[in-house]
Design a protein around this ligand. Structure first.
Ligand code: NOJ
Ligand code: CA
Length: 515
């Protein structure tokens, strides 16, 4: 046991907010920073320790903020720096940490850096993005066969001014920055310092696994996918070195500033590399479980990968079920009972859980009519506005906002949920309270117990503090005896009755038991 207490980010439950969708306060149908501030009561009552804000920086919004035109300013759509300071201070005064989203792989094509870079081949920022000459034999052929996200078109676009190609792993309006240029590195470090000086507690780092590309830009083998074989496209070692520099920068500030990397690689072994020797990322997202179906064996395999790849390195795991890029788990798993049990699972595994705003209400994705689709990647359903009240405007001031309401907004809005102690919301609140009260759940060891098929059973322990967790992944009631007598601290299907555990789990029931 180490003597120094675990840092906050290892004990935290982090709550992701997509600012466009949280709450609108000025009648334009798009959420804003002041809307987030007004809902801090909800977050404090729920019991989250930190929030992560998806991008609110100046942006033409081609990728809804992941195309940044100024890393150090707030887009007027969301408010201004005073609004940010107020939000940060109010969150801090409630003991809630604030992490923000940092998008280092690419900027917007409207960023002044790109505007300058594209103007000529010999300007001061000529080498800030990734430019390539045309093939003299076939000037219409891009420099390699890489495809970009969303459209799956070529990852290169032609620039008339420079008569050269530039790389964009995402939209053409999101040119990739050249991390081999020390001036780019320095400028991007400057953007981190700006927000650290402003008092943020950490960063979620977008597409951090790919900021350095393989020199020579080799073709991808036919049929390969960079999510599974990232080493073809990315210089992984170089990228991890660049992340070590970021770690040193964060560590030079007081107060355990932390970063969680969006390492969008679907191999846990590779993801583990991004922790370095605990001198690179503090945490990396662990996406394979997000794609696991509601099945005990599949989940067990995912958990085993983490135990085998991360634990030996002392790398702190993360868990996530939903975010702004994927259908919500309530929708994927197809029933509220499963979504409730999944919440118990997510919040009792060893590692830092990330919640996505609205999952605590049990929200489903919105059904988006074709004429309301706005995202180039088709991810609108999970980005629907959060319904706060029962009225038809759900507390937003108008019915009609940038996206339609989630399918179950009338029954699962925050107002209805708050008045019903059997709601999904109260379940999350109870689990979070259980975590607060138990070092075993926050930081303890993890060990499986034998369990019937379709059930996962594990013990979390820290000193004398112990919790036993049982998760029934099946649609049937299952007898699941446990040694000793335990009491039910939280059940995903029953209210807070604190009864003794009687050896049977209901269909899709998950329980936290205490001695
Ligand atoms: C990952 C983000 O989560 C996603 O929303 C975005 O479109 C891409 N990175 C590009 O920045
Ligand atoms: Ca607004």
């Amino acid at each position: 046991m180490s003597a120094s207490p675990a840092p906050w980010w290892q004990q935290a439950v982090v709550y992701q907010i997509y600012p466009r969708s949280f709450l609108d306060t000025n009648g334009d149908g798009v959420g804003d920073l002041e809307g987030i501030r007004r809902k801090l009561d909800h977050l404090e009552w729920l019991g989250v320790d930190a929030i992560w804000l998806s991008p609110f920086f100046k942006s033409p919004m081609k990728d809804f903020g992941y195309d940044v035109a100024d890393y150090c300013d707030v887009d007027p759509l969301f408010g201004n720096m005073d609004d940010f300071d107020r939000l940060l201070n109010d969150a801090h005064s409630r003991g809630i940490k604030v992490m923000i989203d940092w998008v280092p792989n690419h900027s917007s094509d409207q960023h002044p850096w790109f505007q300058e870079s594209k103007a000529s081949r010999d300007n001061a920022k000529a080498d800030w993005y990734i430019w390539h000459d045309a093939d003299p034999d076939d000037p219409t052929r891009p420099p390699n066969n890489w495809r970009c996200a969303f459209t799956n078109g070529p990852a290169w676009d032609w620039c008339d001014e420079r008569q050269q190609w530039y790389l964009h792993l995402f939209l053409p309006e999101q040119p990739d920055l050249n991390w081999r240029n020390p001036e780019v590195v320095e400028a991007m470090h400057g953007t981190l310092r700006f927000w650290l000086d402003n008092g943020v507690d950490g960063f979620r780092m977008d597409v951090i696994h790919g900021i350095l590309k393989q020199p020579g830009f080799p073709d991808m083998p036919e049929g390969s996918d960079a999510h599974f074989t990232p080493e073809v496209r990315y210089d992984i070692e170089g990228t991890i070195d660049a992340v070590r520099d970021l770690r040193r920068l964060l560590d030079s500030y007081p107060g355990d500033r932390a970063m969680v990397g969006e390492v969008y690689i679907l191999s846990t072994e590779r993801v583990a590399e991004f922790y370095g020797q605990n001198d690179a990322l503090h945490m990396a997202f662990n996406f394979p479980p997000l794609y696991a179906p509601w099945n005990a064996e599949k989940w067990r395999k995912r958990i085993d990968r983490v135990v085998e790849e991360l634990d030996p390195k002392d790398a702190w795991p993360t868990w996530v079920l939903s975010n702004h890029d994927n259908p919500r788990h309530r929708t994927r798993y197809g029933s509220e009972a499963r979504a409730r049990a999944a919440a118990v699972l997510l919040l009792t595994l060893r590692g830092t859980p990330f919640l996505y705003a609205g999952e605590e209400l049990g929200l489903e994705d919105a059904v988006i009519p074709s004429d309301r689709v706005v995202d180039p990647g088709g991810r609108d359903g999970c980005r629907a506005p959060i319904p706060w009240t029962s009225e038809s405007d759900h507390g937003w001031g108008q019915d009609d906002n940038w996206l339609p309401w989630p399918a179950n907004a009338d029954t699962h809005n925050a107002e209805v949920a708050r008045h019903d102690d059997g709601s999904v919301l109260h379940l999350y609140q109870r689990i979070l309270a259980a975590r607060r009260g138990s070092a075993a759940l926050r930081l303890g060891s993890f060990e499986y117990l034998d369990a019937p098929e379709g059930v996962l059973a594990y013990v979390r322990a820290s000193g004398d503090d112990r919790r036993l967790v049982l998760v029934n992944f099946t649609d049937d009631e299952i007898a699941c005896e446990v040694a000793d007598s335990w009491r039910v601290e939280v059940s995903s299907v029953r209210g807070p009755d604190g009864a003794g555990y009687e050896g049977t789990l209901g269909a899709n029931e998950a329980v936290i038991l205490h001695p």
